[in-house]
Each structure stands twice: as structure tokens, then as C-alpha cells.
Design a protein around this ligand. Structure first.
Ligand SMILES: Cc1cc2nc3c(=O)[nH]c(=O)nc-3n(C[C@H](O)[C@H](O)[C@H](O)COP(=O)(O)OP(=O)(O)OC[C@H]3O[C@@H](n4cnc5c(N)ncnc54)[C@H](O)[C@@H]3O)c2cc1C
Length: 299
């Protein structure tokens, strides 16, 4: 039996992908490739299909039908340096293994994430968790210089505390969430696809999306056929609820999108008659707009 190796991925091991001001993502190791997925699936399905074309068809079939375990045969290990506010989000993904540098054991370096001016924007009115319109330059610069001052003060206090004998595990309480941590993170391909589907999504915070985008490049290199299927069926796939399917039927019968929403119980207006900005109806119209854009009908 020959251990599968991807020549492009071998060159990728140890290469730093810079992310944010002081962060990075590095592929430390990987196990398996597209062939490992096929090999595992064939244990289930027998020797029926063997050509490269069949391999692609088989992987796409597995993805479409959520036959997930063959994808678990591929593993990735990354070294990631990231600010703590991104780590807080990342660590919510439980189906992985990670080992983080200990700020009880080591001194935290003097590195903090100060976002570039274009990333300091107004609170979004549509997404309560996100950023929206731009801010006046003076507000942006005040925020950035405040953050710069706060992090410098915090680090000076941290250093003073350590020098005066306060334990490192206690001194770190002085540091804001913009400080950097580092970890080894290992997951199998299926869980990585799940991570990417959530963290490449426009609803995820911009900073974690940048890490996800670098991870996606590495994953694509090691498992190009599986990644293509993931893009096709998961990243670019669209789900339709029962009400949305009813609305589609109304559209096909010639109704306007608003009438179709009305008929199928997808709300577009609030009780006071004002238009809704979020909710199932609005999201359905967004899906339609997306489909129209894909079809080249809308700019
Ligand atoms: C845009 C966005 C906004 C978010 N906002 C918030 C927020 O405001 N507050 C907040 O607390 N979190 C928030 N989260 C985190 C989110 O709720 C999930 O915890 C995170 O995305 C990890 O997803 P997961 O549990 O599917 O992944 P994993 O932990 O990797 O789990 C993978 C899958 O394994 C299964 N699984 C794992 N553990 C269990 C379990 N204990 N029980 C049942 N099934 C399990 C599930 O099928 C799960 O989908 C947000 C995430 C995103 C992407």
C-alpha cells in the first residue's frame, strides 16, 4: 500500500499565510487526499467504479448525499496565530483537536490587532452582529488611536505586574481581547468543510473569514476534487424551506415575488405596516435576487 502524497501540498508544508497584522496560518501536516476519500467509499460500494472520471463522480455523489465518513479519512494540521477575539469564535468548533500556547506558562508578546481604517465601520442596521456603512474619518482615527493607546497601556501594566512578581496566569487579566494567541489545530476534512461553510459565510466576522479563506486555499490544494464538490453543493448550494417552495410555485404560476410571499406565509411587513428588514420573507427575496444575479438578469 502506498501512502498518498500531493506534491503541491508537500511544498506547502511550513509556508506562512499571513492574516491580519500579526497573524498567520501554516499547514503543518496532512494525511490523505482525494484518493483516500474514494478508497474509503469503495469499501462501502465495492470495486464498481475505478477511473479518474468516476472518482470525481463518486466524490460528488458522496457530497450530494451527505455520505460524510469517507471525507473524514483526510486530516489537516495547522499552526495558527490569531487575536483572542477571533480565537473565541474559532474555539466554538468542537469537532477538532487543538493545543494552545499557555499564557500561564509563557509571556504574551507585545502584539495586538489594530484593524486597518477601512475595517472600522458603523454598526450594521441589518445584521445586529456585523459592520455596515463607513464612518467619518475622525471617528475611525479616534477609535484606532484609542485602541493603540489602550493596548500600549495594557502591555505596560502587564509587564509591570510580571516584573513585580504577579503570576503570569493573573497578570494576563490586564490584556484586552486584541492580543494574539497561537495554537495547533487539527481536524478532518468533513469538519473543516463545516468550519469553512460557517466561517467563509458573509455573516461571519471579517477577521475569521480571512483565516478561513487561507485555510480554504490549502484544503483546495490537497483535495481539489472534494473542494470543488464542496463549493458546488455546499458553498454555492441553496436550500428552500417548505414555505419558500410554495412561494416558488406561486412565482412559476406568474405571481409577483411580493404576492408569492403573501400567499406562502413569508412575512414582508411588520404589524404596524412598515417593511421588514430581516426575517424569512426578506431572506427569500434575497435568495431570488441572488439567483437573478447568477442568471445574469440583474447587474
Ligand atoms: C455567523 C455566526 C454567528 C454566531 N453567533 C453566536 C452567538 O451570538 N453566540 C454564540 O454563543 N455562538 C455563536 N456562534 C457560534 C455557533 O453557535 C456555533 O457554536 C459555531 O458556529 C460552531 O458550530 P458547530 O457547533 O456546528 O460546530 P462544531 O462544534 O464543530 O460541531 C460540528 C457538528 O457536530 C455536531 N455537534 C457537536 N457538538 C454537539 C453537541 N454537543 N450536541 C449536538 N451536536 C453536536 C453538530 O451537528 C455540529 O454542527 C455563531 C457562529 C456563526 C458562524
Amino acid at each position: 500500500m502506498v501512502r498518498p502524497v500531493v506534491p503541491e501540498a508537500e511544498k506547502e508544508i511550513g509556508v506562512k499565510h499571513p492574516v491580519l497584522t500579526h497573524g498567520y496560518l501554516v499547514l503543518v501536516d496532512y494525511m490523505g487526499n482525494d484518493a483516500a476519500i474514494v478508497q474509503a467509499a469503495r469499501v462501502s460500494y465495492g470495486q464498481g467504479t475505478k477511473s479518474v472520471r468516476d472518482d470525481r463522480g463518486l466524490i460528488r455523489y458522496l457530497m450530494r448525499h451527505r455520505h460524510t465518513t469517507p471525507f473524514e479519512m483526510v486530516e489537516f494540521k495547522f499552526l495558527v496565530r490569531l487575536p483572542v477575539f477571533v480565537a473565541r469564535q474559532w474555539v466554538r468548533h468542537r469537532t477538532c483537536s487543538l493545543n494552545e500556547v499557555s499564557a500561564r506558562y509563557s509571556i504574551v508578546p507585545d502584539e495586538f490587532e489594530i484593524p486597518p481604517a477601512e475595517e472600522v465601520r458603523r454598526q450594521s442596521t441589518r445584521n445586529r452582529q456585523g459592520r455596515g456603512e463607513s464612518l467619518p474619518p475622525e471617528s475611525v482615527e479616534r477609535f484606532r488611536s484609542d485602541l493603540d493607546r489602550v493596548t500600549k497601556d495594557a502591555y505596560a501594566s502587564y509587564t509591570r505586574a510580571i516584573e513585580s512578581g504577579v503570576a503570569r496566569e493573573t497578570a494576563r487579566l490586564l490584556l484586552p481581547v486584541a492580543y494574539y494567541t497561537q495554537w495547533y489545530w487539527k481536524a478532518n476534512l468533513w469538519n473543516i468543510f463545516h468550519f469553512l461553510s460557517l466561517r467563509l459565510d458573509p455573516h461571519a466576522q471579517e477577521e475569521i473569514r480571512l483565516y478561513a479563506a487561507e485555510m480554504a486555499k490549502v484544503v483546495r490544494l490537497v483535495t481539489p476534487i472534494a473542494y470543488e464538490a464542496f463549493e458546488e453543493f455546499t458553498l454555492s448550494g441553496l436550500t428552500l424551506s417548505r414555505r419558500e417552495q410554495t412561494a416558488i410555485r406561486a412565482l412559476l404560476a406568474g405571481k409577483t415575488p411580493e404576492a408569492a410571499c403573501g400567499e406562502s406565509g413569508l412575512p414582508l411587513t411588520r404589524e404596524d405596516g412598515k417593511p421588514m428588514t430581516t426575517g424569512e420573507g426578506v431572506e427569500f427575496l434575497e435568495k431570488l435576487a441572488h439567483l437573478r444575479t447568477l442568471g445574469g438578469e440583474d447587474p
